[in-house]
Design a protein around this ligand. Structure first.
Ligand SMILES: Cc1ncc(COP(=O)(O)O)c(C=O)c1O
Length: 432
């Protein structure tokens, strides 16, 4: 609080006009969030002029760091030609082509302005395609803020049924009647229990939606056997398999579906594909996407004034063009170096830890493993995590408040080494 008086002053003003001073729950923390003044490369500067190295990169979005020249150039060039049109634009076609070439499940794609709209459309498309209404989701899985998916995330496990019979729990006030009846909840990474629950509902399920790497709960990768089981269940039952790759798309050029070699029927995207501008996309098999064809009667309604905005699309194309297989390899190597560094520090300080992640994603969890699913993560030491988060902030490192992070190409070995040394100082102070 001593180093952030300006942030505090702006936040107090903000609270007069915005509930708790902001427009996103996910980035609020006590005593108040820090306001950003600018961001360049790996460095984020706050309203008090304090610089911090960015290890979360706008909740995993800024994979090239802040203000990469090719993306800024592409966005600037398009801005000179117009900010928003009442017609389609060429950049949309280029981005769609790039995505369809890279992502195994994409025959066709449509753009939205958020990951929320993307997951909403995957579930809607599955319902329309199968003529069924229920869908299955993983306990703890986050898929945005539309009604259907605001179920069983960040819940207290003791109020959510037995582990092997999880009950749908509302995770927000204001959901429509009947929302909970539509959701079937399965545990992550438990092939047997999840398959039994899915089989019990096999006639009713339009879809199963899953993050191949569970993001916001802690960068928890799927067991490959789990994804294969979901693929088999979908093939056996007629339900569609949906991957929410809003976060996990950054693990490989073709996303986590390429990384795991399991191809879903539909995929939702967001974050990195807009180069820092608001974006989402959903796509999949052409027979499912045909439901969005106006020429064929547009079975599914889909509008959006800013969908496929030309500036966003140009920034997305420029971003993906930078993301070569070599870049992914380098990011994965650096992130593994960070994970190993954290494990080493915790081992030396005798603090039990599980460091999770895949590709450029990582999560730090204090406690004993193994961590397979949401209930395991819920039992880790959140109090210590919260104190380490504030400690890292004071040492000059940005993470999400539950100690998950994502690297960018603006970070190198020097910064990763500095992060690990900062982590050691912070943890040592907490344990003394
Ligand atoms: C896995 C996942 N799905 C969906 C969303 C929603 O995306 P958006 O915030 O763009 O609506 C998020 C956002 O963090 C996410 O992590």
């Amino acid at each position: 609080m001593e180093t952030t008086p300006q942030s505090r002053a702006i936040w107090e003003e903000a609270c007069r006009y915005l509930p708790d001073g902001d427009s996103r729950h996910s980035i609020f923390w006590n005593p108040y969030p820090i306001f950003t003044e600018s961001a360049r490369g790996a460095v984020v500067t706050d309203a008090d002029g304090v610089e911090r190295l960015d290890f979360i990169n706008t909740m995993t979005t800024m994979i090239l760091g802040h203000g990469p020249a090719p993306v800024l150039d592409a966005a600037r060039q398009q801005m000179e030609l117009g900010l928003a049109y009442n017609s389609p634009n060429r950049h949309q076609v280029a981005l769609a082509r790039l995505l369809c070439e890279r992502i195994p499940s994409f025959d066709q794609v449509r753009f939205t302005n958020s990951g929320t709209e993307a997951t909403l459309n995957t579930i809607r498309a599955a319902r329309a395609f199968t003529g069924r209404s229920k869908f299955a989701k993983v306990e703890g899985g986050y898929h945005g803020t539309h009604d259907a998916v605001l179920v069983s995330l960040r819940i207290d496990p003791s109020a959510a049924g037995a582990y092997d019979h999880p009950e749908p729990v509302a995770s927000s006030a204001g959901l429509a009647d009947g929302v909970l009846d539509q959701a079937v909840i399965v545990p992550y990474n438990d092939v047997e229990v999840a398959r039994r629950i899915l089989d019990e509902n096999r006639e009713d399920l339009a879809a199963v939606i899953v993050e191949p790497v569970m993001g916001s709960v802690g960068m928890l990768p799927a067991d490959p056997a789990y994804l294969t089981m979901l693929r088999d269940f979908a093939d056996d039952s007629g339900a569609l398999l949906i991957f929410d790759e809003v976060i996990s798309f950054r693990v490989a050029p073709g996303g986590a579906q390429e990384y795991y070699g399991v191809t879903p029927d539909m995929t939702a995207l967001g974050k990195i594909i807009g180069g820092g501008f608001p974006v989402g996309a959903f796509g999949g098999r052409s027979d499912i996407m045909a439901q969005y064809s106006p020429v064929n009667g547009a079975a599914i309604a889909h509008g959006g004034t800013f969908n496929a905005n030309p500036v966003t699309m140009a920034a997305g194309v420029a971003t993906l063009n930078e993301l070569t297989p070599t870049v992914y390899r380098r990011l994965a190597e650096l992130t593994e170096m960070l994970r190993q560094g954290i494990r080493q520090v915790c081992s030396e300080l005798e603090q039990p830890v599980v460091v999770t992640g895949a590709g450029s994603l990582f999560g730090i969890h204090f406690g004993h493993g193994p961590l397979n699913h949401y209930r395991d993560i819920a039992s880790t030491d959140k109090d210590l995590a919260g104190r380490v988060f504030i400690g890292m902030l004071n040492e000059g490192f940005l993470l999400a408040s539950n100690l998950v992070g994502a690297l960018s190409t603006s970070l190198g070995e020097v910064e990763v080494d500095a992060f690990v040394r900062g982590f050691r100082r912070v943890l040592q102070r907490q344990l003394d």
